[in-house]
Design a protein around this ligand. Structure first.
Ligand SMILES: Nc1nc2c(ncn2[C@@H]2O[C@H](COP(=O)(O)OP(=O)(O)O)[C@@H](O)[C@H]2O)c(=O)[nH]1
Ligand SMILES: [Mg+2]
Length: 706
């Protein structure tokens, strides 16, 4: 394997909407460079990038796959990512380690919602970014429309470096940096360079001038040169574009037909000559606290961006050398656990192909096997030289499922495997919910769930099923009620006796203290599940001894933990205990727990009890023309529409929707909008459920008990 120094390594991330052609472009880049002699296709299940069985089955990328190509004297590490936001974790980690983001846009559709979501990460990491308008061969491709959709979504810093043209029936690209026309043979590959035809001169000149101006804009020296000469030469333009890209002032737009091997070579040439290396990029931006200067002579630091279980290899850890260099056999320290890890073997991975190497230098991407205890998103550093790359913040789960092992005896293994998966994939979260009495898996969407299910079944041999998770309801009351309860037991030996009189009321923040009672004491209990229990001691004349008050509270709390309606937690009640009785011999702690609990339960049932359900704040981003369909669907889900804001050709619909109505929402939104919309959902508040829903829930809770 050829060795490249840090100045000749470029890392690019291929990102963009599902089916834009990222995997095909990666394949074409590897083929163009002569590293493979056949060009695979996604449908042929033989691309370098989509090599997992599940990717073949679904004919789409599910994992971020590193591979490499070589162009001229440079090594280009390519990480091909999945397009669906189900796999946003894979996309975010890739953007973090890339030096340039290559956003692939389908020239037929223009900017799709997938591209929009990625932009948040482009913005966050400030990575230089270029666009590739792919599928220019497609009969419905429309460069002007797609180009203007890029400008509409990402602003005028997006600027064409090329546009497509048909020259004597052949696909051609007019290059505005080189002011040359490339005419491609029918099977693609190396183009003929030709002069720009007269008929295109005016358009090409105009776009060229826009590009020159843009290139000059970000550097004073270039600006002066441009004013003096009225022009910049190719080198000066490259320099200007590079500076612009580093500051997010320029997003160059290229054209390609990945399928027909058109345009990939020119893009790779641009990556070589213009896009920054890790070294240049970090020097430029080292003021932010996650930057470790990519100094090849500095202390070694590796950022493990993903770990993955591969059936014949075990755990594979992919990393980027952020600084220094790493040699096979190095001992490094995990900056989170402070455990030592041995990197016995180092590899460059091209999909499933491994090439063993002796060392990797700063800026390069590689892999190692069998790390003891290092997860995705962690840093390994040289002993005694602690360095830590700021970890990626992953989005919270958007979908939840209860997981069950079909075989009881697999329960323990299931728990262990889920822990392992969570370490590999930080966008999957597992939790044993004592409230719901279920093992809950949080993930990003239906396809993410399918990928996890696949791993559980095929990689770990577990027979499992998913079920709808229970909903965490709350119970509360709507009006005051009073009761008394006497607990009395006399069966031989010592008996039990306790009598409690209480009034309960709905509690809300800022309400007046209770009137009509003599208030002797007040205890405010912040409930672990939200809301409060406020307890007032209003006992007059010592009819109940002080020491029994904690017993009464304990009895009330037991009921609060398993409400009488559906067994859900109770919240927001205040209790005034104002009378009762003791027995000199038989009264004790347990008697008052029982009396307090019973009295509370009885009062609760008389106080117009109400079930509360979790309500989510929902933001759905949809193309304007689909807004009506999405709204109709939201209304059928008991939603309250709070408002709409337009953003380019998108609408953001804000709504409040009960969690119970959002089960499988990502799937149905996808089918209503053919994948063109996205949504975010966060817990907002608990709110009363409608009466008919409450009746059904109480009934089914009763059925479950019997
Ligand atoms: N016509 C045409 N189809 C393409 C082109 N590039 C990719 N495709 C097809 O588009 C589909 C999706 O491609 P793929 O590379 O899997 O897209 P990804 O989801 O972005 O990785 C496949 O059927 C490809 O064969 C292209 O340049 N032109
Ligand atoms: Mg793909």
């Amino acid at each position: 394997m050829k060795v490249f120094d840090d100045k000749h390594i470029k890392n690019i991330a291929l990102v963009g909407a599902h089916k834009a052609g990222k995997t095909t472009l990666a394949e074409t880049m590897v083929f163009e460079a002569g590293l493979t002699n056949r060009r695979g296709s996604v449908e042929g299940h033989n691309t370098v990038s989509d090599y997992h069985e599940i990717e073949h089955q679904k004919e789409m990328s599910i994992f971020a796959t590193p591979l490499h190509t070589e162009w001229r004297n440079y090594k280009i590490n390519i990480i091909d990512t999945p397009g669906l936001d189900d796999f946003i974790g894979e996309i975010a980690i890739t953007m973090k380690v890339a030096d340039t983001v290559v956003a692939v846009v389908d020239a037929h559709y223009g900017v799709e919602v997938g591209t929009e979501i990625l932009w948040n990460y482009v913005d966050e990491y400030r990575k230089p970014t270029l666009f590739v308008l792919n599928k220019i061969d497609h009969e419905a491709a429309d460069f002007d429309l797609a180009y203007s959709s890029i400008k509409a979504s990402f602003g005028n810093n997006a600027i064409a470096v090329q546009y497509p043209y048909t020259h004597e029936g052949k696909t051609a690209i007019i290059d505005l940096l080189k002011m040359t026309m490339y005419v491609f043979p029918d099977d693609g590959g190396k183009p003929d360079k030709m002069a720009i035809p007269d008929s295109e001169k005016e358009k090409a000149d105009q776009l060229h001038n826009e590009l020159v101006e843009k290139a000059a804009e970000n550097d004073e020296e270039l600006m002066e040169l441009y004013f003096d000469k009225g022009e910049l030469n190719e080198d000066e333009m490259r320099q200007g574009i590079k500076i612009g890209m580093m500051h997010h002032e320029i997003f160059p737009v290229f054209c390609a037909s990945a399928e027909n091997n058109i345009g990939a070579g020119r893009i790779m040439g641009f990556v070589d000559n213009v896009c920054p290396t890790t070294h240049e990029w970090l020097e430029e931006h080292h003021e932010d606290d996650d930057s470790i200067l990519a100094d090849p002579n500095g202390n070694t630091a590796l950022f493990v961006f993903r770990t993955m279980f591969e059936p014949n290899l075990g755990q594979v850890s992919f990393f980027k050398v952020m600084s220094g260099e790493v040699k096979a056999g190095d001992h490094l320290i995990n900056s989170d656990t402070e455990q030592e890890e041995v990197l016995s073997h180092l590899f460059i991975m091209d999909g499933h192909e491994r090439h063993e190497v002796e060392k990797l230098s700063s800026g390069d991407i590689g892999a190692t096997l069998k790390l003891k205890d290092t997860s995705s998103n962690q840093t390994l550093h040289e002993k005694g030289k602690r360095l830590k790359v700021k970890p990626i913040k992953f989005p919270a789960p958007r979908m939840h499922k209860a997981v069950y092992a079909n075989n009881k005896r697999d329960d323990e293994k299931l728990g262990e495997v889920l822990k392992k998966i969570q370490k590999q994939d930080p966008t999957a979260k597992f939790e044993h919910s004592t409230e719901l009495r279920q093992l809950i898996l949080g993930c990003q969407g239906e396809l993410h769930l399918t990928a996890i299910e696949w791993a559980l079944k095929n990689d770990y041999g577990l027979d499992i099923r998913f079920e709808r998770p229970r909903i965490a309801y709350r119970e509360t009351i709507q009006r005051p009620a009073s009761t008394s309860y006497r607990h009395k037991k006399q069966s031989g030996g010592s008996g039990q006796f306790g009598e409690v009189h209480m009034k309960i009321e709905p509690y809300y923040e800022g309400m007046d203290e209770p009137s009509g009672f003599s208030l002797r004491g007040k205890e405010v209990i912040d409930l672990a599940w939200g809301g409060k229990l406020v307890f007032y001691n209003c006992i007059v004349g010592g009819v109940i001894d002080q020491r029994y008050l904690p017993s009464i509270i304990k009895g009330i709390m037991q009921v609060m933990e398993e409400g009488p309606l559906t067994g859900s937690y109770i919240r927001d009640v205040r209790v005034m205990v104002y009378d009762g009785k003791m027995h000199p011999v038989d009264s004790n702690d347990i008697s008052f727990q029982i009396a307090g609990g019973h009295a509370f339960k009885e009062a609760f049932l008389n106080a117009q009890p109400k079930l509360m359900e979790p309500i989510q704040d929902l933001v759905v981003k949809v193309p304007e023309e689909l807004m009506g369909d999405v709204m109709t669907d939201l209304q059928s889900r008991r939603s309250i529409i709070l408002g709409m804001e337009s953003q380019g050709s998108w609408q953001n619909i804000r709504a409040r929707t009960p969690l119970a109505e959002l089960y499988r929402y990502s799937t149905s939104l996808r089918s209503i909008t053919q994948g063109k919309a996205s949504f975010k959902s966060d817990f907002a508040e608990f709110s009363p459920v409608p009466n008919n829903v409450q009746e059904d829930l109480i009934k089914s809770a009763g059925d479950n008990k019997n």
